[in-house]
Write a protein that binds this ligand. Structure first.
Ligand SMILES: [Zn+2]
Length: 178
């Protein structure tokens, strides 16, 4: 969630994360903040998936609305367990270097194709919404006001998930957005 290109400027070098950790004055405190700051698991399956879709549905409704406004190409991605709306054409959505945003089970991006690393980052936000349900957006903005974008527990979790994916696939960190 939020403007991803801001992260690209700071997240491209391997050393940045170590520096960030040292400089971070407020590591995620509290059960939910700590949980959100962790690397996320793959999409749930079976009954857990149905429960997750239902629980996240209020947030997904907002994501669907954003997808419609964004005016891009819609695609269901089974591997991500989410709808991806790529190549958003709406200039309002593309403002301020917007790269991507995962809202509930919808990932909206201005890119087409969406860089794999950006997709992994945004799919982490999808998994977070499956846990936080209708509290996702209120908590997102609460933590944003409290911690800022860089130290936001949900953004830290999404960055960690993308980094873990890069390590796993052995792709260069510069190959996509964060
Ligand atoms: Zn994010």
């Amino acid at each position: 969630m939020a403007v991803e290109s801001r992260e690209e400027a700071t997240g491209a070098r391997p050393n940045t994360w170590a520096t960030t950790r040292i400089l971070d004055p407020s590591p995620a405190k509290g059960r939910w903040a700590s949980r959100m700051a962790e690397v996320t698991a793959p999409p749930p399956t079976g009954a857990r998936r149905i429960a997750a879709i239902a629980w996240a549905s209020p947030t997904t409704a907002v994501g669907l609305l954003l997808g419609v406004v964004a005016a891009g190409t819609w695609e269901w991605r089974e591997d991500l367990g989410a709808i991806v709306v790529s190549g958003a054409r709406n200039p309002l959505v593309r403002m301020g270097g917007f790269a991507g945003q995962g809202v509930g089970h919808v990932i909206v991006s201005s890119r087409d194709p969406v860089p794999p690393r950006l997709l992994v980052h945004e799919s982490a936000h999808v998994r977070q919404a499956e846990q936080l349900g209708p509290f996702t957006l209120p908590l997102y903005f609460w933590w944003l006001a409290r911690h800022g974008y860089r130290h936001h527990p949900m953004e830290r979790g999404a960055r960690a998930t993308a980094r873990a994916w890069v390590t796993k696939t052995r792709l260069a960190p510069a190959s996509g957005g964060e």
